[in-house]
Design a protein around this ligand. Structure first.
Ligand SMILES: Cc1cc2nc3c(=O)[nH]c(=O)nc-3n(C[C@H](O)[C@H](O)[C@H](O)COP(=O)(O)O)c2cc1C
Length: 537
């Protein structure tokens, strides 16, 4: 019975060392050492929870030890440079290097398999340019907006105070201040740590944190107070995030500090719930009217919303409501299914919501078809950390890119994936005062600004290599993508299909747009009675 050998040896050695202690008193150390293991063995064979331990007393514990250090073994010893789990070693390394303005070149040539399906590249020009400015700005705010905002084309995506530590928030905001770019608050309200002078995008989630009444409903007065803050440049309503669309959030009572309670406008000592849906609106018209109300209450600051595309028809309901009311939001942020979160159920993290590339091209095409593209700026987020990630997404129609985990890497995240445990080893996603002390705000804020600047400098190089003068000149035709068949197609063939105003002018378009458009209505997100399409949602 090999499986009991370890246990038998421990018991045997305990007995022997007990005997030897009579003659050599120092053997008590051996007696205690082996005795401990013998006791563990006794516990293992008697306990009922784990069959492995009953069959392999003492030895079975190795299983848990190895399981416990498996992520580290994988990350430090086994992971290849390109394995995206979720971000590859190469991706993380380039962020760390650009954050420190360290050498970020690569020797000897690409390690990427350029003949693999899905491989994509940007076409360059013989007339390459070297005069492309890196600090390109995009003005967000259509003619219904009184205070348009000249934003950077690369900003910090929403991450709430609560999911992130106070020091992390402060480092991000100080970095945004230094680099002149924006920092999205996330749905946890505006905290003391956000007040470091960096431009803010105030996110209003279903919990209405910072702008709620004592019952948790939206409070126009409290909202107006927050929106009047000069640091607040834009207002974003969060409908969903890619990592957990249609799923609310919960911040356990244990993680709620006085600072979090103050920022959110909630009581201490009870779990803080972000409902899965908003209670302020329930129909497309109510939603669009809510955006108009927020613009009014904020003194005409740019207002928009963030979503991960779900049912295509529901997004088209919103677009039809924009046309019917004449209220057009200033921007839409599309989050890809591949986006991140502090914590989400496995199935949601893996299989609910549309990936970024599909979501972006769907929204761009729908707005073009509805004749609204010129009035609405588009932001995109979802695993975008290298300059090529950004350039590709600009080419597919985004006006700016948001990154969350990229900036987490810039303040020291090592992808330990312990965000949900409060035991983040580098003080980024924890409310533990001692752990977050490890994150030095001043030195990390310089890294945040460094990552931003050096990434955009690399984007400018790519744009110049393509012979263009600005990222806005990148188009789907500049992208080439290898299909499973091995054939390569231009991005314009794959992603851009909608003729301008085709949807509103009733020009027939491809079915996957036509059917949900026909089924979309403004007075409800639900399809017409009996009109449910079997093909498209
Ligand atoms: C720790 C963490 C917290 C987040 N909190 C929010 C949030 O409060 N509101 C929101 O809209 N998105 C939230 N997100 C999603 C990000 O803003 C972003 O859209 C998504 O992670 C994709 O970007 P990335 O791939 O660069 O991380 C969070 C993401 C992370 C990693």
């Amino acid at each position: 019975m090999i499986r009991y050998t370890t246990f038998a040896v421990a018991v045997g050695l305990t007995a022997i060392s007990a005997l030897l202690t009579i003659f050599w008193p120092y053997f008590w150390i051996a007696f205690v050492f082996f005795g401990f293991f013998a006791l563990v063995g006794v516990h293992d064979v008697r306990q009922e929870g784990h069959a492995v331990l009953r069959n392999y007393p003492i030895l079975g514990h190795l299983r848990w030890i190895l399981e416990g250090i498996r992520p580290e073994i994988r990350q430090y010893l086994l992971e290849s440079d390109h394995e995206k789990v979720p971000f590859s070693r190469d991706d993380r390394a380039i962020v760390y290097q650009r954050s420190k303005s360290a050498e970020d070149k690569r020797p000897f040539g690409t390690k990427v398999d350029v003949y693999a399906a899905g491989y994509s590249w940007i076409t360059h020009s013989v007339l390459a340019r070297t005069d492309v400015p890196w600090d390109t700005r995009v003005t967000i705010g259509n003619d219904q907006c009184k205070q348009p905002y000249a934003a950077s084309i690369f900003n910090i995506s929403a991450m709430s105070f609560g999911a992130l530590s106070g020091n992390a928030i402060a480092a991000l905001n100080k970095g945004a201040k230094m680099g002149g770019f924006a920092h999205d608050t996330g749905e946890g309200g505006i905290s003391v740590h956000h007040r470091n002078g960096g431009d803010l995008i105030y996110e209003v989630g279903s919990g209405y944190f910072g702008c709620r009444d004592d019952k948790g409903n939206f409070s126009p007065e409290n909202f107006a107070k927050q929106a009047a803050n000069p640091q607040v440049k834009m207002i974003e309503v969060k409908l969903s995030q890619g990592a957990k669309p249609g799923h609310g959030g919960l911040l356990p009572a244990a993680k709620i500090s006085e600072e979090i309670a103050e920022a959110r406008g909630i009581a201490m000592g009870q779990d803080c719930i972000s409902p899965a849906i908003h209670n302020k609106f329930g129909t497309p018209l109510e939603f669009i009217n809510f955006l108009a109300e927020l613009r009014e209450l904020s003194g005409g600051k740019p207002v928009g919303f963030k979503l991960c595309v779900g049912h295509r028809r529901e997004f088209m309901c919103m677009v039809k409501a924009m046309i019917e009311t004449g209220t057009v939001p200033d921007f839409i942020v599309i989050d890809g299914k591949e986006g991140g979160t502090g914590a989400a159920p496995l199935e949601f993290a893996n299989h609910i919501g549309m990936p970024l590339v599909e979501g972006l091209s769907f929204v761009v095409n729908t707005l073009i078809g509805a004749g609204l593209r010129d009035q609405i700026k588009i932001g995109a987020a979802g695993k975008l950390v290298t300059a090529y990630d950004l350039a590709r997404i600009y080419a597919l129609g985004a006006d700016w890119v948001n990154s969350a985990r990229g900036f987490m890497f810039s303040i020291g995240c090592i992808q330990a994936q312990a965000c949900h445990t409060n035991h983040c080893p580098v003080g980024v996603t924890t409310q533990d005062k001692l752990r977050q002390r490890a994150l030095n705000v001043d030195s990390k804020s310089k890294r945040v600004a460094g990552f931003h600047k050096n990434t955009l400098k690399a984007v400018a190089e790519i744009v110049g290599a393509a012979g263009l003068g600005s990222p806005f000149e990148l188009q789907p035709k500049h992208l080439m993508v290898r299909q499973k068949s091995g054939e390569t197609l231009s991005g314009a063939k794959i992603y851009l299909t909608m003729p301008p105003d085709a949807l509103t002018d009733g020009v027939a378009v491809e079915e996957s747009y036509q059917v949900p458009w026909n089924n979309a209505r403004t007075e409800s997100f639900r399809p017409f009675e009996g009109m449910e399409s079997l093909l498209y949602n």
